[in-house]
Design a protein around this ligand. Structure first.
Ligand SMILES: C[S@@+](CC[C@H](N)C(=O)[O-])C[C@H]1O[C@@H](n2cnc3c(N)ncnc32)[C@H](O)[C@@H]1O
Length: 331
């Protein structure tokens, strides 16, 4: 079965209207940290590309892609619907990612961005054939959660990271994947990885100097005030631990699919506010990175008319006719 035929036909492909609708595992604390690390690197002039091993439906990739600078490359590596090569990895894929297809990932990603990242469909162990050594400033390791694979991914990423590059390890402490914990802390004790901070789900470290990151992070946390944190001594160095329950999420990229039906429905109910007071619609959030271009207004109206229930469509058509009859001031 090819990637094009597996799992999703064209009309079943996802059309997420906001990032929260994309299936995946990417929580507020990590969204805040991804955003902070990438901005902090930009402020310090840390150059390099972005890399993700394990993209699934694109949740974290879409977020990362919105923070890509024009001169940078973003590479995503995933098996998608290709077979794994060993029995344990095949079982892991069948159990956790059975409905995944590359087309679904791409449809999700293109809902938020004009262009796809560089997609490597294959084992994460092949990533060094596609990404240059010392070229990456931020790498997210979230592919297989089995020890042998994660250990290999960490060693590969060590070679790909630029001097001040940061690596993020997913699920470094979860009960169902002890191999990730083993590989992560082994990288600290045996392979020179220096921890910066941890959340409940991810570990952040560098093979460069962790101090500017720690200092900058603690200053930012103190200034925000809404992210709980503490510093513990681990293996002779400070480690920031944080949790973001109740903290405000950073800006999400805006979907090309969003708001068309909602706006049309709003138009059909004159006087209805676009969003509840104090709860801005996601469309009103700041747009980061390079969002997908929006279709022209006429096209949005046509789509809305095609998808809305007939009673709303009729009300809309009547409202448009009235507006035309009143001339430009009524539009
Ligand atoms: C936990 S998911 C990634 C989640 C994603 N980063 C997110 O935030 O939603 C793990 C992904 O790794 C992929 N994967 C599993 N084993 C792999 C391997 N050996 N090489 C490459 N990708 C693999 C799976 O296809 C799956 O999409």
């Amino acid at each position: 079965m090819t990637a094009a035929t597996a799992g999703h036909s064209a009309d079943q492909l996802p059309r997420p209207t906001r990032l929260s609708e994309v299936k995946g595992w990417f929580f507020t604390a990590d969204q805040l940290l991804f955003d902070w690390f990438l901005r902090h690197q930009q402020d310090r002039g840390v150059a390099g590309d972005l890399l993700e091993l394990g993209a699934y439906m694109g949740k974290s990739a879409i977020f990362l892609g919105a923070r890509l600078r024009p001169e940078e490359r973003f590479t995503v590596c995933d098996l998608f619907d290709s077979p794994a090569e060993d029995a344990s990895n095949s079982r892991e894929m069948a159990k956790s990612y059975a409905t995944l297809t590359r087309r679904a990932f791409e449809a999700n990603y293109l809902s938020f961005h004009e262009e796809l990242p560089v997609v490597v469909q294959g084992l994460s162990s092949s990533v060094s054939e596609h990404v240059a050594a010392d070229s990456v400033r931020f790498a997210h390791i979230d592919a297989s959660h089995l020890y042998a694979h994660v250990h290999g991914d960490i060693l590969a990423v060590r070679e790909l990271l630029a001097d001040a590059g940061v690596v993020v390890m997913d699920d470094y402490r979860a009960e169902h994947c002890p191999g990730v914990a083993a590989a992560t802390w082994q990288a600290v004790t045996d392979h020179g990885l220096r921890p910066i901070c941890v959340t409940g789900t991810k570990f952040y470290g560098t093979w460069g100097d962790p101090e500017p990151y720690r200092t900058g992070l603690l200053a930012w946390l103190a200034e925000r005030g809404d992210v709980w944190h503490e510093v513990q001594e681990v293996n002779g160095a400070p480690l920031v631990r944080l949790s973001a329950k109740g903290a405000k999420e950073p800006a999400h990229p805006v979907s090309r699919h969003e708001a068309a039906p909602a706006r049309a429905a709003d138009a059909a109910k004159p006087g209805k506010p676009a969003a509840k007071p104090g709860k801005p619609a996601e469309a009103a959030r700041p747009v980061v990175g390079r969002p997908a271009p929006r279709p022209p207004r006429g096209a949005l109206r046509r789509v809305a008319l095609d998808v809305l229930p007939p009673v709303v469509t009729r009300a809309l058509v009547r409202a448009r006719k009235r507006a035309r009859a009143q001339g430009p001031a009524g539009r």
